[in-house]
Design a protein around this ligand. Sequence first.
Ligand code: OOG
Ligand code: NI
Length: 459
Amino acid sequence: MAPARSPGPDAIRLAFSRAMSAMYRNEVPQYGTLLDLVRDVNAAVLDDDPALSAHLARTGELGRLGDERHGAIRLGTAAELSDIRRVFAVMGMEPVGYYDLAAAGVPVHSTAFRPVGAAALAACPFRIFTSLIRLELIEDAALRAHAAAILARRRIVSPRLMALVARHEAGEALDEHDVSLFVRETLEIFRWHSAATVDFDTYRRLHAAHRLIADVVCFQGPHINHLTPRTLDIDQVQALMPAHGITPKQTIEGPPPRRCPILLRQTSFKALEEAIAFTTPDGATVAGHHTARFGEIEQRGAALTEAGRALYDRLLAETRTIADGRPYDQILRDVFTAFPDTWDGMRQQGLAFFRYAATPAGLSADAARRDGLDVEGLIAAGFLACDPLVYEDFLPVSAAGIFQSNLGDGGRQAYRPSDARAAFEAALGRPVLDELALYTTQQVTSLRQALADLGRSDL
Ligand code: OOG
Ligand code: NI
């Protein structure tokens, strides 16, 4: 008998990402509307801009665009974070980066689970922004203990799923049947539950401590709270949303619109007020409501180096201190004129990461013409091409803005700064990967290969 085919992590991730999208489309109709709008705008942009199309085809982004999305979940305990890390590992998703949102008044800290290699990213870049609630930030000790006790009772990952994960960890290949079970069981973790696991009074008290705490503690599991498609023109989608019955938040988070896009621009909208059934101590149910799920779109640009990121952070901070009566967008654009807006400028100043490749002209040129040129000389001569690496991660200030836009008033509180990263990594069961190191590796590997192709291993 021929051995059963074993889908690899990329195929499992793609299948899961599609299943998640289908489930969310069913649960949140506005998400479906948004997907259609984004697809139409992307098609129009590609039609109008052949240079952009060619660029995206060269970098592998065109092929993945229709399936590209990120989601977000919020977990309650260290054990949940560790279990989820093991489940996501089956799909080739690793924790990248540490985001301390408490600094921005939101009682969570987070990482992004995503694929890391160039081939895996091209196959399916599905990412999940994963937050762990920080109960230690609840001031009322009795309420804190109550919340911890409620969370200690729930299991978000089924024994069947953990058995599959354990087989994967033991080096066993999962066959088609195992994989479809894996996708089904994993999807269950993130499904919406319209019945709370607590009585209304507990919900109300936790809600008063912080809405996010109620969202995490009072339900059966960590429902997916948004799925975000990638658009090629966020300003256009934002402008078209109202005509499709969607009201976006007022400002787009992140950098201003630019000729050479950098990092990540995002905007969100409130999706639903959900009817919830709460229990009462005598077993009856009471009707209430809760808002948790929303919609979001993102536009991705180039990954920035440490220097580029420092410049971005400085300009963004400067923008936020100016209140001179002009609209925020205009101040943002003005302040960001200090950030070079050409690929050559950003490369020469070491602000963005690039992927390098030898060009056909470079490969066929005389060695005598290539020798003696440095990297910039090879680029100027047309022997070496480079494309910016797309930013695959998230931005803490933007994430705080996305959280807050869906929390209503009182979403921001003052928390004392702390070094919670070590506790987060201990809960996770491993350190998070450093995103700058990942981009550096991609850049260095591609440059080394390109120079070797040009016979210039001396550089
Ligand atoms: C996550 C908010 C952050 C993003 O895209 O920056 C986020 C959440 O609301 O759970 O998704
Ligand atoms: Ni998001």
